[in-house]
Design a protein around this ligand. Structure first.
Ligand SMILES: *Cc1c(COP(=O)(O)O)cnc(C)c1O
Length: 434
């Protein structure tokens, strides 16, 4: 299996970094998310080195929605990352993690007035998704007696080879402004007294396993960069978005393009475009998944094994904690963490504890013979994993542990039963004695 370097099999056990997963499960219980901080740092460094080898003025904005834990954001902030934030909540988290406001970009196709006011107050640049939003932001900035720095989100009309739910740059997508309308949008922005157009932005989708779509999007963007520079826009940054995929099918030896492959395919086109336009803006990119996905595993305990039309392994984590298999038919590699040295001899379907037929983490996997009390590890769970978790079926969310060398600590405690009712209110007519 094509494992990332921080995952190793020693004897019969799966290790993450310097930690035996069976020790982690014994200490913290299951289910349990475990994140290797050093792996995130290595992924960030790979991007930074690959990009700066091609162009010196680069900023990496981590897509905070992939994993919004403050410990993850702090790790990346400490390395110099900014963030792509998609809500007021993510904006607050990124600032709390120590990221300077000018290194954030507030994205989103449906921002409220209060979102816009927060961006203006905190001086965070906004990726504007419509002319309606532009006019509202102009008014909000006027009220605050200031100017809002903006980019427009370009819809480059690029078809990408990924799951339809995560292709965001199609002509039919809800995101961005059609590329042919972008120059007139900048013309209007230049006329807005409280708007300062300083950037341009696109994001074509997620889990993309080829570099060509990024190169094509970059070409579309650079054509527009030339046009709007001629209109008088002084571009300070060109943000080409995120979306590089990771090799979830590790058992088949799947490969994903590296940050190096990405940089080699895209940055020369960017350099050519800005040379023709006669400008030298910063190059921004917004990776989420490829920075954090493989840093994290989800450990789940086996409750029972049931031979049926398939042999089900019933575990204590389901789509309440990892929704990707149910939502996108995603593949996550599964390892028997306490029997990892043994050959797969039995075909299993790994089922969660949720009251839904679709609560299957993995179909038809060859694993060593499993029994109640065994431990399984679901790999590549660091992006859109805990971040998309829920309390469905009134299951408190599990804890998240972060590792740093030989150290391990909670980065989020597990919820308990009291957390289930913490935000519930009793209507007065249901109060005892009413
Ligand atoms: C989700 C998102 C990203 C990150 O996508 P990944 O596939 O996780 O790299 C970047 N930019 C925007 C605007 C996004 O919505």
């Amino acid at each position: 299996m094509n494992l990332p370097p921080h995952l190793t099999i020693r004897g019969d056990h799966l290790w993450i970094g310097e930690h035996d997963t069976t020790d982690l499960a014994r200490t913290w219980g299951t289910p349990l998310y475990v994140t290797d901080q050093d792996r995130i740092a290595a992924c960030y460094a790979a991007y930074r080195d690959a990009l700066t080898a091609e162009y010196s003025r680069v900023r990496i904005l981590y897509a905070a929605k992939a994993n919004g834990n403050l410990a993850v954001l702090r790790t990346l902030a400490g390395l110099g990352a900014g963030a792509d934030v998609f809500s007021s909540g993510e904006l607050h988290l990124a600032l709390s993690a120590g990221m300077p406001p000018g290194t954030l970009l507030f994205n989103g196709s449906s921002k409220s007035r209060s979102d816009l006011a927060l961006a203006v107050e905190k001086k965070v640049p906004v990726s504007v998704d419509s002319l309606d939003e532009l006019r509202q932001l102009d008014a909000v900035a006027a009220l605050a007696g200031t100017t809002a720095r903006i980019a427009f989100r370009v819809n480059p009309a690029i078809d990408v080879p990924t799951h339809p739910k995560i292709a965001t740059g199609l002509a039919t997508s809800k995101f961005g402004i059609a590329h042919n309308l972008i120059p007139s949008a900048y013309r209007e922005a230049l006329d807005c007294p409280h708007i300062d157009p300083v950037g341009i932005h696109c994001h074509i989708g997620s889990q993309i396993l080829a570099v060509e779509p990024f190169a094509r999007a970059c070409e579309v963007m650079m054509r527009i960069v030339g046009e709007i520079t001629d209109l008088g826009v002084g571009l300070e940054f060109v943000d080409l978005g995120g979306g590089l995929g990771i090799p979830y099918h590790r058992g088949d030896g799947e490969r994903a393009p590296s940050p190096h492959d990405y940089a080699r395919a895209v940055v020369p086109l960017f350099r050519e475009g800005i040379r023709e336009a006669g400008i030298s803006p910063e190059l921004w990119i917004e990776p989420g998944r490829s920075l954090v996905a493989d840093s994290t595993i989800l450990l789940a305990g086996v409750n029972s094994v049931k031979p049926a039309h398939r042999t089900f392994v019933n575990v204590d984590a389901g789509f309440n904690l990892l929704v990707r298999p149910a939502m996108y038919d995603s593949w996550h590699e599964v390892i028997a963490a306490n029997k990892a040295g043994r050959d797969g001899t039995v075909l299993y379907t790994i089922a969660g504890p949720i009251c839904e037929t679709g609560d299957i983490l993995a179909h038809d996997r060859m694993l060593p013979g499993l029994a109640s009390g065994d431990l399984i590890a679901v790999l590549d769970a660091g992006a859109y994993g805990f971040a998309m978790s829920s309390q469905y079926n009134s299951r408190p969310r599990c804890p998240e542990v972060i590792l740093n060398g030989g150290k391990a600590a909670l980065m989020r405690r597990g919820e308990d039963i009291a957390d289930l009712t913490r935000t519930m209110e009793t209507p007065p007519w249901q109060e005892p004695g009413h």
